[in-house]
Write a protein that binds this ligand. Sequence first.
Ligand code: IMP
Ligand code: MG
Length: 189
Amino acid sequence: MVKSDNIDNIIDHKLFTQEDIHNMCVRLGKQLTEDYAGKKPIVVGALKGAIYFLTDLTREMDVAHQLDFLDVSSYGDGFESSGKVEIITDLSADVKDRDVLIVEDIVDTGLTLQYMKDLIKKRGAKSVKCCALLNKDARRENDVVVDYYGSDVGNEFVVGYGLDFLNMYRNLPYIGVLKPEIIQKYVNK
Ligand code: IMP
Ligand code: MG
């Protein structure tokens, strides 16, 4: 567990405690256990933000599944989507005729999720759904469906439990809102 003052100092306020996050994983895991009963899905972690959530969520799922990872990047300057999505690391599994569950940290504009869903559908998957920890609905730019999610979140930039700012602060055990001055410090550089 991270206790470093350095990391806590960048947080304006906490949004979700470790207990909140655990409760979300238990609830979602139960739902996915019901919905994927009798199937053998491929669970695709969206790198890198989803890895913390993925490991907790899948341990709450009583469903035989296979794991894979996909890294697509849409972020231009660290906290605003560039709108252009590209594959950084591709899946290793063949998804043809398979049920695929994408695990995401947060769905914001929805561009990344739309790209991943389209890509996996195009490769012939039987079904493609997404389970995200957080849903930033207010910023959505398309009608992509977030099939399962832990909680809604407002239009604030959050870090911790996998969520990053410039690839930092993922290892905070809780989720918090970044102090505006931290963002300003980097944006003005
Ligand atoms: P979208 O394509 O705009 O939906 O962006 C999705 C990706 O942006 C997520 O997988 C996150 O990596 C990142 N992202 C969006 N909002 C936040 C945030 O508040 N904190 C950290 N990362 C975020
Ligand atoms: Mg990110």
